[in-house]
Design a protein around this ligand. Structure first.
Ligand code: NAD
Ligand code: UDX
Length: 461
């Protein structure tokens, strides 16, 4: 019987997942730990470290009752009957597999810490997205302790999307739990099933062997990203031919075999997961000698890179082949609406391209702080920080960002951009006033009537 659940990693997944689990399982104590003190402080405050609609209300209901946050990793490992590993698994930036393989050093460290501190039996749950067969390495580290406790390792990948995390957790399409298929493994699976069954109907909880569960997560993200790259590929053809990508998406999406979701053409997908997980899949295929399969999935990322640079190039070519010294306003920096997360956001790469062409960029985003934007640019290492700071600035007002701009680029689909006073924006811009809608959220006809020269992804002239 599970009384205490520990989660290592208080990030975008660990925080919201444990908060919802705690709300739905008031009889279980949840302890979320992280090495990042400021992140933990924020989880305990009224300013949570991540922005997610509805999250604060959930945290407020459970925090201090059966949901606790701290940096006491050792204590939390000792007390947890079940321990979730929800740490980051970024793309490796060094050595073998650099630029492709998942960097598992944080996960390995967690396994080593669990092995060191645990003094009774534990169920260890992989919540992080991991390459198939990682559980084997975790088991090996855990079994090497030799001091008594027995461990069961489960895979329970997370399918929430940022911006809708609470909704996705509350009404999950499905929950996936993989484990060993022997008696002890099946019993451990059942313990986790019970935790979810507090609010998820049993028929939506899928149980599998551990390798299927690990691989399903990478596969789900690869399929989702593939749909976006597919529609983005068609958007280029639409622009060349006069077809309209929204009409095409609607026409194909009504085929029940294809379905309407995830067919929104855009400036390119971002976020911490899609690119990382596909590259990881590519690496795994290569590792197993499946080179054709690797090339197949790699194209999804290649097409996404093309879509981002195609958008940047369109801005430059439309502005008479140079943006040098011109002011470009970016509406949005986050990788999608309703989040403050900027990881792999298309804005970063399009900004970099325009800065290479000596543009001045003024950014407005309702949730992203300026400091984060500079950290994102610094990671690219394209130019010295002073130059980024001279040419790239952030304002906390959309109208200010667009004032005296030669062009506006809509980079994130924040709802508030739809209701801006576009006449006012037009009046305060340089003419001709160019507008590049990278998210297909604006009324093209209305803006053209005001006087804007509008370019919308996937729409021919
Ligand atoms: P994150 O970077 O937001 O959070 C990870 C946290 O783990 C950080 O706060 C870090 O300080 C902490 N950490 C790292 N090593 C630690 C250690 N040894 N002890 C204690 N804390 C440690 O990452 P995230 O977005 O929450 O993603 C976590 C995992 O979930 C990744 O594998 C990711 O691929 C997967 N995932 C993410 C999403 C998403 O939408 N972000 C969705 C599904 C799955
Ligand atoms: C994704 C998966 O959806 C989720 O199941 C997984 O757990 C983590 O990775 P996330 O990255 O948070 O979630 O957001 P998602 O809604 O999938 O969007 C990813 C990117 O694709 C965003 O940049 C978004 O703007 C873009 N996108 C999404 C499109 O360009 N078109 C679409 O139709 C959908």
């Amino acid at each position: 019987m599970i009384k205490n659940i520990t989660c290592i990693g208080a990030g975008y997944v660990g925080g919201p997942t444990m908060a919802v689990m705690a709300l739905k399982n008031p009889h279980i104590k949840f302890h979320v730990v992280d090495i990042n003190q400021s992140r933990i402080d924020a989880w305990m405050s009224d300013e949570l470290p991540i922005y997610e609609p509805g999250l604060f209300e959930v945290v407020q209901q459970a925090r201090g009752k059966n949901l606790f946050f701290s940096t006491d990793v050792e204590g939390a490992i000792k007390e947890g009957d079940m321990i979730f590993i929800s740490v980051n698994t970024p793309t490796k930036k060094y050595g073998i597999g650099k630029g492709r393989a998942a960097d598992l050093k944080y996960v390995e460290l967690c396994a080593r810490q669990i092995a060191e501190y645990a003094d009774d039996d534990k169920i260890v749950v992989e919540k992080s997205t991991l390459p198939v067969r990682t559980a084997q390495s975790i088991k090996k580290i855990l079994s090497a302790t030799g001091h008594g406790p027995k461990f069961q390792v489960l895979s329970n990948p997370e399918f929430l999307a940022e911006g809708t995390a609470v909704e996705d957790l509350m009404q999950a399409d499905r929950v996936l739990i993989g484990g060993d298929q022997d008696e002890a493994g099946l019993a451990a699976i059942e313990e986790l099933v019970k935790v979810y069954n507090a609010w998820i109907p049993r028929e939506r909880i899928i149980t599998t062997n551990i390798w299927s569960s690990e691989l399903s997560k990478l596969t789900a993200n690869a399929f989702l990203a593939q749909r976006i790259s597919s529609i983005n590929a068609i958007s280029a053809l639409c622009e060349a031919t006069g077809a309209d990508v929204e009409e095409v998406a609607h026409a194909i999406g009504t085929d029940s075999r294809i379905g309407p979701k995830f067919l929104k053409s855009s400036v390119g997908f971002g976020g911490s997961c899609f690119q990382k997980d596909i590259l990881n899949l590519v690496y795994l295929c290569e590792f197993f000698g499946l080179h054709e399969v690797a090339r197949y999935w790699e194209q999804v990322v290649t097409m996404n890179d093309y879509q981002k640079s195609r958008f940047g190039s369109k801005i430059i070519s439309t502005l008479f082949n140079t943006v040098s010294g011109k002011k470009i306003a970016f509406l949005g920096w986050a990788f999608k609406k309703d989040t403050n997360d900027t990881r792999e956001s298309a804005s970063i790469y399009v900004a970099d391209q325009l800065l290479n062409d000596e543009a001045s960029i003024s950014v407005y985003d309702p949730q992203v702080p300026e400091q984060q934007m500079y950290l994102d640019m610094e990671e690219l290492e394209t130019r010295p920080m002073e130059v980024n700071k001279q040419r790239l600035t952030m304002t906390d007002d959309a109208y200010e960002a667009c004032k005296d701009a030669h062009a506006i680029a809509v980079m994130t689909e924040w709802d508030e951009f739809k209701t801006l006073d576009w006449q006012r924006i037009y009046d305060n811009m340089k003419k001709p006033a160019f507008l590049f809608d990278g998210r297909l959220i604006l009324d093209r006809k209305k803006l053209s009537d005001i006087g804007f020269e509008v370019y919308t992804i996937g729409k021919g002239k």
